[in-house]
Design a protein around this ligand. Structure first.
Ligand SMILES: [Zn+2]
Length: 303
């Protein structure tokens, strides 16, 4: 079984292309040729990419950002308990409903919905997510702390974590540095959350991205945390990226059974990502099977 644990789908593929072109990936430094998927990420694009790569399932990760990416109010390191952008509540709910309804098009797709502490109170998030897990087919949550300008320990996210623990579903976080050095998604910033919520099924994406050297400390301290190797496995050999040997060594050090394969489509394709995983040095066929799908099947309760 092959499972892509990190895919994005856009209702309007022009939006996907816009994001790929206007938010270039800089954290790994320079690389001569970046093998982008070359599509905008419509539903059809996604299903075609999965078929081409022979994948059985994909987690479709949503993200809901406030237009203009407003920053935290001055002097605060968390959002106020009363949402600053509560007028977007219905839009966030409709977006999550859309993500869940993607699964109607194909049973391969597993919806991961989103939350935003600038839009909903902690209690509202808890109730909304609980309904989506129970009745809408949502299989997990995705949060992009840089995109929503929120630290993982923001009290406005408590209800999100409660809902995930109650439903026993995973939560995938983007991890890596941000260009302004705020540290919203640095690997170490997840440690307090992992300590406070040992029952939360945390997945840190990109093996820490450009901060991959800080990832093992979190992994060692919090054995319940899992990781996806999306993106970083594409950027091996970049000026600030790891070598393929260093990615393989990091996976080995974390534990092969704790790492899953994601493509971050439509940035990169599942096919190229799977080729990169197969080319990582030093793993047995059984270990490659764990990385390419068996670990994810456990994570997503598909096994
Ligand atoms: Zn992503």
């Amino acid at each position: 079984m092959r499972i892509d644990t990190h895919m994005h789908i856009y209702a309007d593929p022009a939006r996907g292309l816009y994001e790929i072109e206007n938010f270039p990936i800089v954290e790994y430094g320079e690389m001569a040729e970046v093998p982008l998927a070359g599509v905008g990420g419509s539903l059809d694009d996604a299903l075609t990419a999965l078929d081409d790569a022979g994948f059985d399932h994909a987690a479709v990760l949503g993200s809901y950002e406030v237009p203009g990416y407003p920053d935290l109010p001055a002097g605060l390191d968390h959002w106020p308990a009363e949402p600053v952008h509560g007028e977007l509540r219905d839009e966030l709910i409709a977006y999550n409903r859309w993500v869940c309804d993607l699964a109607d098009a194909s049973p391969k797709l597993l919806p991961f919905i989103s939350a935003n502490p600038a839009v909903m109170t902690s209690d509202e998030s808890r109730a909304h997510l609980a309904e989506a897990f129970a009745d809408w087919g949502a299989r997990g949550v995705k949060l992009h702390p840089i995109g929503i300008r929120a630290f993982p320990h923001d009290p406005g996210l408590d209800g999100v974590y409660d809902a995930c623990i109650d439903a026993d579903v995973p939560i995938v976080f983007h991890s890596g540095p941000d260009t302004r050095g705020r540290g919203f998604s640095e690997p170490g910033v997840f440690a307090p959350l992992a300590s406070a919520r040992p029952d939360l099924r945390l997945v840190l994406a990109h093996l820490g991205g450009g901060s991959w050297r800080d990832t093992l400390a979190v992994a060692d301290a919090h054995p319940q945390v899992m990781f996806d190797l999306s993106e970083i496995v594409i950027w091996t050999g970049a000026t600030r990226g790891p070598s393929t040997q260093e990615v393989a060594d990091l996976i080995r050090a974390i534990g092969v059974e704790r790492v899953v394969t994601g493509s971050d489509f439509p940035w990169y394709s599942p096919a190229v990502t799977a080729e990169r995983v197969e080319a990582l040095p030093g793993f047995s066929d059984a270990e490659r099977a764990l990385l390419l799908g068996d670990n994810a099947a456990r994570l997503l309760k598909l096994a």
